[in-house]
Every structure is written in structure tokens, then in C-alpha cells.
Design a protein around this ligand. Structure first.
Ligand code: B16
Ligand code: MG
Length: 218
């Protein structure tokens, strides 16, 4: 393969914003008398905000009118942004900077492919926004992961065919989306959970130096 490009998920790969999503959803769940555990939170990883609320309400077997749901979604994001505005470069996950430097050195371009509508703000907070060739996020897509749309747009931004793109993802929905897009999927996190990925690593520090060279030479 001559030329390759990379699409990075955000939450769980570049930064751990899942902990903030959890705190806010947990708080909202309490006000709705829904028991919401960290295991439940796994179900929200990689899926859109709207879908996250649907999952939460399903867990509690709660039905709400549409306008109440809209109010909850607004409040969810307001509370979440309180955490985001305190973020800084210390929250970049281990191995990210080294990996981006390596890609830069090898002239391999990379874009972001995230479900989050707050992706540009989060990247700005941690000082990484300028490094990506393009940002494809929850504002750019009509269909959320596991639909491949976000990654297919990423491939367009990279001017590459999907099969020349490598996706780094921490969520099952994201691995499914990458596979559906006919891209190479790299699961970042628990190998058993992300068993559908083409490659698995616990975190980005584990990516071997020759990982990209081997894919290019295939
Ligand atoms: P927002 P990713 C996803 O980010 C999160 O994993 C998921 O938990 C969240 O619901 C989604 O973003 C939407 O986030 O409320 O900020 O629009 O993993 O796709 O980078
Ligand atoms: Mg993620």
C-alpha cells in the first residue's frame, strides 16, 4: 500500500472525556431516579448525545416528553462544558504526542473522526486542534457510529480510499463503524471488548515503532 492516512477517535483515544460524560450523566440519572453505573457508561461510549439519553432512559425504563428530553440534553452539555473548560494539555492520553510526531515525521496525514459535537473545543483546550488536517465530528454527520459516515468523510478529507485509512478507536460502535467503512481498525483498550478490531493495543504507548511501515509495505 503506497499511501495511508489515519483517523483518530477523540474520547478514549486522544483524551479521556468519558469520565466527565459519566459524572454528568450520573448526576442527571440521579435526578431522574435512574441507577446508572460505570458499566452502563460503557454503553454510551462513542454514541451520540441524543442516543446516550435514549440508552439512559431505557436503563431506567423511563419515558419522557420530547421537550423534556431536549431540556435534559441542553443541561447535559452545559454541565459537561464546565469540565471541558478546565481541560489542558496534561489530559492528553499517554502515547498521543509521540504517535502524532511519528506520523508527522513519516508524512502520514491524520484527521479526527469523533461523535462529539464538542470535539474542536476539546482539542483546542488541550492544544492539539492545529495538528489535525481536518476535524470530522458530531456536527458534520447525519448518522452516528456504528454507521461508517464519520470515517468515510474522514477518508475524503485525507483524499484517500477507505481501505488506505487506519482508524484508532476505543468503542465497540467505533470499531464497527471502521469495519463497515472497509478501513483498518485498531482497538485501543480492552481486547476482549474490542475483539472485532483488526489490531488491538491497551493504549497508544504500545504501538510498535514499525507499525505503520509494515502496513505501508504490505
Ligand atoms: P458530545 P468519541 C463521543 O466521543 C463519546 O465517546 C460519547 O460518550 C459521547 O456521547 C459523544 O462523543 C457525543 O459527545 O455530547 O460532546 O457531542 O468517542 O466519538 O470521540
Ligand atoms: Mg471514543
Amino acid at each position: 500500500m503506497n499511501k495511508i492516512g489515519v483517523v483518530f477517535d477523540l474520547d478514549g483515544v486522544i483524551v479521556d472525556t468519558a469520565k466527565y460524560h459519566f459524572l454528568v450523566w450520573k448526576n442527571l440519572a440521579n435526578t431522574l431516579n435512574i441507577e446508572f453505573t460505570e458499566a452502563h457508561n460503557e454503553l454510551l461510549k462513542g454514541v451520540s448525545r441524543v442516543r446516550s439519553l435514549e440508552i439512559l432512559l431505557n436503563i431506567g425504563n423511563v419515558t419522557l416528553p420530547e421537550d423534556t428530553k431536549q431540556d435534559i440534553l441542553i443541561k447535559k452539555n452545559e454541565d459537561y462544558l464546565e469540565y471541558i473548560k478546565e481541560m489542558n494539555a496534561d489530559e492528553i492520553l499517554p502515547g498521543v504526542n509521540k504517535l502524532l510526531n511519528e506520523l508527522d515525521n513519516k508524512n502520514i496525514e491524520y484527521v479526527l473522526g469523533s461523535a462529539s459535537k464538542n470535539a474542536p473545543l476539546i482539542l483546542k483546550q488541550v492544544g492539539l486542534l492545529h495538528r489535525f488536517k481536518a476535524i470530522v465530528d458530531g456536527n458534520s454527520v447525519s448518522k452516528a457510529k456504528p454507521d461508517p459516515e464519520v470515517f468515510l468523510i474522514g477518508a475524503e478529507k485525507l483524499n484517500l480510499k477507505p481501505e488506505c485509512c487506519i482508524v484508532f478507536e476505543d468503542a465497540i460502535a467505533g470499531i464497527e463503524a471502521a469495519n463497515a467503512a472497509n478501513m483498518m481498525s485498531v482497538g485501543v483498550g480492552d481486547e476482549e471488548t474490542l475483539s472485532e478490531a483488526n489490531f488491538n493495543f491497551n493504549n497508544l504507548t504500545e504501538i510498535p515503532t514499525h507499525f505503520f511501515d509494515e502496513i505501508i509495505s504490505e
